[in-house]
Design a protein around this ligand. Sequence first.
Ligand SMILES: [Zn+2]
Length: 80
Amino acid sequence: MDEHCIEAVELLYHYLDGELTDARRGLIQNHLDDCPPCFQAYDFEAELRIVVRQKCRDHVPESLMLRVAAALRDVEGDEE
Ligand SMILES: [Zn+2]
């Protein structure tokens, strides 16, 4: 992962939480369009959030958050 990826992943969490401005959303979207590993991470997290919200409302089990973190580490490892 280059520094743009790290920044994008960090912003991703805010993006999914709906806490970003439209300008920052645009920056992330541009990065995702150009960076398949980040796009896959986004896809995974977005789907996970939907499932978690439907099943658990606002409570996210720690085990799920750990799996998200592990998935992001896998994306990072793919570039080696
Ligand atoms: Zn990236």
